[in-house]
Design a protein around this ligand. Sequence first.
Ligand SMILES: *[C@@H]1O[C@H](CO)[C@@H](O)[C@H](O)[C@H]1NC(C)=O
Ligand SMILES: *[C@@H]1O[C@H](CO)[C@@H](O)[C@H](O)[C@H]1NC(C)=O
Ligand SMILES: *[C@@H]1O[C@H](CO)[C@@H](O)[C@H](O)[C@H]1NC(C)=O
Ligand SMILES: *[C@@H]1O[C@H](CO)[C@@H](O)[C@H](O)[C@H]1NC(C)=O
Ligand SMILES: *[C@@H]1O[C@H](CO)[C@@H](O)[C@H](O)[C@H]1NC(C)=O
Length: 467
Amino acid sequence: MKWLFYLIVLVYMLYRAVYAKETNRVTVDKIDYYRKSPFWKAGSRHSINCKGSSKSQKIEWTDPAGKAIKQIPSNRVYALEHTVPSPAGRIPASLLHFKSVTLDDTGLYTCRSGDSSDHAEVCVIDPVVFKNIRTEVTADLGRSITLNCHAKGNPEPRIQWKRNDNLINEGEDDTKYKLNTKFSSDGFESSLTIFSLTSEDSGLYSCVAIQENTEQCKHSNYVNTTLNVNHAPIFEDGNDTELVYGRFNQSINLVCSARGYPAPTYRWFSNINDSTLIEFDKKQIEFNQEANTAILTVTVNQTETFKCSAKNEYGEAEKDFKLVETTTNPAGGFEIQYLHVSGFKEEPSENDWKNGELVTKEFPISDDDPDFKGSITKLSELEKNMNYWVRIRVSNSAGVSTWSTPIQIGALTENEDLQEEPQDEEISTERSKSIAVGNSDVTFYGIFFAGGILVVAAVCMFVMRMV
Ligand SMILES: *[C@@H]1O[C@H](CO)[C@@H](O)[C@H](O)[C@H]1NC(C)=O
Ligand SMILES: *[C@@H]1O[C@H](CO)[C@@H](O)[C@H](O)[C@H]1NC(C)=O
Ligand SMILES: *[C@@H]1O[C@H](CO)[C@@H](O)[C@H](O)[C@H]1NC(C)=O
Ligand SMILES: *[C@@H]1O[C@H](CO)[C@@H](O)[C@H](O)[C@H]1NC(C)=O
Ligand SMILES: *[C@@H]1O[C@H](CO)[C@@H](O)[C@H](O)[C@H]1NC(C)=O
């Protein structure tokens, strides 16, 4: 029975230990910051509740300066004692009440009961209001323009300008940008002047207002202004004829998209010869206002030229699209070049390759097979027990790819077949393959090693039996 007595004593001591710690606990409710903003708006009314854990507890609030908050309801900031229900009956709590918060109320408030305390971080800001913001501004090429941003709030905001989300630093480019700030009774005004406008100056400008009350209590907000610079359409990637490759009877989308303001209107033509253009009906063209594109879908028949025209009131740009019908065998062929390794520890130079052997092959015409990824070729003239450098390139009617990175292979003795493993390695957009040679020595050593382990295992088992 002795052990039962010890157990009861132990349980009681544990209970005391836990209970004693619990007695004077205080907990502050999470602050009800509204939705996204981590602050209270100046002038608004708020309260924070702090509850205790045992009946005869005294709870007190102190402000950021450490001064006790008095329980005088006529004060702007006061504490109010009350009780809240709990499983063990009603327990004391204290409500910290702000009738109308001011910026100076910002800081850490402490709820205390004996040695136990909890905190509430209060942040008060009078958030900026932007005035007279133009969401869209249009200006002519070569001119200057000033964007204004009028922001009023407390604390006084600090203004930054961003272009397409990149900060415009003051004094970084004096010939392009000038920043100006002005204070008035009506708030804070910042202006950004952009000189000698080019089409590249078009974009989204943001005026960012940053308000810092304390290190922990800050807020920023911004407004957007879109700047449009009037200019003739420009093809971003140049006016050069774009080559488009396709197989016979393949359907291909020709995408025409030019930058310009106002947004360009598009026309598509079939370019019969230098003097004859035949315009496509608008119904045959897919216009996308949002993406600023005009797509013409054509079926590849023969090599043909199409022209896209992009025009607005400031000018016109034209671009040719040449549709090239690739041969029935679009992958064309490939060339394999190889060299004896002797003398080339490192990769052979282009000059060394001149003495290499060259094997040229057409890809088999198996274009109906969508899984067709390459071809297997046997290099039959390799000498026994020789190492080679091998590289490969592919070609089609559009041209020849660059050479692949050379690899080393070893030709083995007569009975060991030369193996080739085609891989789905891509060179440019064309097809290629690399060559690998199986090395039977590795297999042999592998078997030897595995055999060794078996012997060791058998010996071990035997020894164990003996013991
Ligand atoms: C400003 O423009 C950006 C980019 O278009 C957009 O994501 C953001 O919502 C805009 N902000 C405002 C306040 O209009
Ligand atoms: C071209 O494609 C269409 C449908 O995709 C098919 O009906 C037609 O027979 C093809 N013509 C030729 C010449 O291959
Ligand atoms: C251009 O094509 C049209 C129509 O096919 C033809 O009448 C005209 O003679 C051609 N002009 C030249 C310069 O080839
Ligand atoms: C290809 O072009 C020729 C000549 O322009 C035309 O007669 C033929 O019908 C076209 N074929 C297809 C499949 O569009
Ligand atoms: C593109 O074409 C337009 C008119 O068609 C011309 O003014 C412009 O200089 C051309 N740009 C280039 C880069 O060739």
